[in-house]
Design a protein around this ligand. Structure first.
Ligand SMILES: C=CC1=C(C)c2cc3[nH]c(cc4nc(cc5[nH]c(cc1n2)c(C)c5CCC(=O)O)C(CCC(=O)O)=C4C)c(C)c3C=C
Ligand SMILES: [Fe+2]
Ligand SMILES: [Fe+2]
Length: 362
C-alpha cells in the first residue's frame, strides 16, 4: 500500500495542536556498535555532507565507519550518565517543562513531544503517536537557534519524507530559526550574567558555535551571519565592547576548510596575546551534549591551559533553565496565532458540531 491510512478515524475526537520539539539525536549507547548505527544515519544525510553520493558512500563505509565509531564511543562514554546521553535527557526535560508551562499559561488542547532527527525517538514514532492522539495542527520547533541547511533544512526534509507517506496531513508550521529572538537573547545573556555573579568576569568571553564547511557559506547558507548576529545581540545585552568577546567555530570534521576562526586554534593562540582567562558559552547549542561537555568543557580547556592560559570556565548551555523554557514557550505562543480557540462559546459550539458530525457519519 502506498499511503498510511487512517480508516478508524474517530469523529468525536476534538482537534489538538501538536508541538513537536526536535534536536539532532544521539547514539543509544556509548558503544562502537550503537555509534556505527548513529553515524551511518547521520553522515549519510546529503544535507550534512555535500559530497557526490557514490564517492561519499565509499569513503563513509570503507574508511569513516571503520574507524570513527570506536573513537567516538570512547568520547561519548565520558559524557553518558545513568540518565543516558545528555542531549537526550536535556531535551526530555525541556519538553516536560514546556508542556507544563504551556498548560499553566492556559494553552489548551495541546500534545507536546520531542523527536530526534537521527536515532531515537524517531520522527516516525512520535508523529504517529501525535496523530493518533488527534493532532490536526502541528507546530515544529527544531531547537537550533541559527538556521543551517545541515540542521534546520535537514529536519524539514525528514518531516516532508514522513508526510509524503501519509494520506491525511495536518496543518503544518515550521520555525526555521530564532537567532535574534529577544527572549532567547535575554535568556543567553542572563545565563552569562549569572555565571559572572558567581565567578567574576574573565579577560574574554568566547561565543563558540558548531562549524560547517566554508563551502556551504559561499553557496549561500546563512548560518555564519546568524551566529554573528546572535553574538552581537548577546554582547550588546551584556554591554561588552568588541574587544571583550569573540565568535568562534568548533567541531570540525574532515580535511576541508570550515568556518573560521576555529575555537581550538583561538584558544591555543590567546595566552600569547595576553589573554589569561576565558569564559566560553555556546549559544547555538540549546542543550549540553558531547560537543559542549567533552569538546569545550574538557578538550579545549587542556589546549588553553597548556598554551599558558590560567583560568578557563565553560558556561553550561541553557538546557531546561526557567528563562530558556519561558523564551521557547513565548516563541511557540507567537507561532500559534489563529490556531487556538480560547473563546468558551466557540469551544462549546465546536464540541456540539463534532457530535453532529458523528451522528451523520454513523
Ligand atoms: C560531518 C559534518 C558535520 C556537520 C556539517 C555538522 C553540523 C552541525 N552539527 C550540529 C550539532 C551537533 N553535532 C553533534 C555531533 C556531531 N556532529 C558531526 C558532524 C557534523 N556536524 C559528528 C560526526 C558528530 C558526532 C560526534 C562525533 O563523532 O564527533 C552534536 C552532539 C550530539 C550528541 O550526541 O551529543 C550536536 C548537537 C550543528 C548545530 C551543526 C550545524 C550548524
Ligand atoms: Fe555536528
Ligand atoms: Fe566534537
Amino acid at each position: 500500500m502506498r499511503y498510511i491510512n487512517t480508516p478508524n478515524f474517530n469523529h468525536q475526537q476534538s482537534d489538538k495542536i501538536g508541538i513537536l520539539l526536535t534536536n539532532l539525536g544521539t547514539p543509544d549507547e556509548p558503544t562502537p556498535k550503537a555509534l556505527k548505527r548513529y553515524l551511518k544515519q547521520f553522515l549519510s544525510d546529503p544535507r550534512v555532507v555535500e559530497v557526490p553520493r557514490l564517492l561519499w558512500w565509499l569513503i563513509l563505509n570503507c574508511v569513516i565507519l571503520q574507524i570513527r565509531p570506536r573513537r567516538s564511543a570512547k568520547a561519548y562514554a565520558t559524557v553518558f550518565t545513568e540518565q543516558g546521553s545528555p542531549l537526550l535527557f536535556h531535551t526530555q526535560a525541556q519538553t516536560d517543562a514546556i508542556r507544563q508551562q504551556l498548560q499553566q499559561d492556559g494553552v489548551n488542547d495541546l500534545v507536546v513531544d520531542f523527536a530526534m532527527r537521527y536515532g531515537n525517538p524517531s520522527f516516525d514514532s512520535v508523529i504517529d503517536n501525535m496523530l493518533k492522539q488527534g493532532v490536526r495542527k502541528l507546530l515544529v520547533l527544531p531547537l537550533y537557534p541559527q538556521y543551517s541547511g545541515a540542521t534546520s533544512a535537514s529536519t524539514f526534509d525528514e518531516l516532508a519524507q514522513n508526510f509524503m507517506r501519509r494520506r491525511w496531513l495536518p496543518d503544518l508550521r515550521f520555525i526555521s530559526h530564532y537567532p535574534d529572538y529577544a527572549p532567547f537573547i535575554n535568556a543567553a545573556a542572563d545565563r552569562i550574567r549569572q555565571h559572572w555573579q558567581q565567578h567574576g568576569q574573565a579577560d574574554k568571553l568566547i561565543l563558540s558555535y558548531h562549524g560547517i564547511p566554508k563551502r556551504y557559506l559561499t553557496n549561500g547558507d546563512p548560518y555564519h551571519c546568524e551566529c554573528y548576529k546572535t553574538s552581537r545581540l548577546i554582547a550588546e545585552q551584556l554591554g561588552l565592547s568588541k574587544d571583550q568577546y569573540l565568535t568562534t567555530f568548533q567541531s570540525r570534521f574532515g580535511r576541508e576548510e570550515w568556518l573560521k576562526p576555529y575555537t581550538d586554534m583561538t584558544l591555543k593562540a590567546l595566552p600569547a596575546q595576553g589573554v589569561k582567562s576565558v569564559q566560553i558559552f555556546c549559544p547555538g547549542f540549546s542543550a549540553d551534549c558531547l560537543e559542549t561537555i567533552e569538546e569545550i568543557g574538557e578538550e579545549n580547556k587542556e589546549y588553553f591551559l597548556h598554551a599558558g592560559g590560567e583560568r578557563y570556565e565553560y558556561i553550561s548551555a541553557l538546557n531546561a533553565e526557567p528563562q530558556h523554557i519561558s523564551a521557547l514557550c513565548q516563541l511557540i505562543k507567537d507561532n500559534l496565532h489563529g490556531w487556538q480557540i480560547n473563546h468558551e462559546p466557540e469551544r462549546q459550539q465546536r464540541a456540539a458540531s463534532l457530535q453532529q458530525d458523528q451522528q451523520e457519519t454513523n
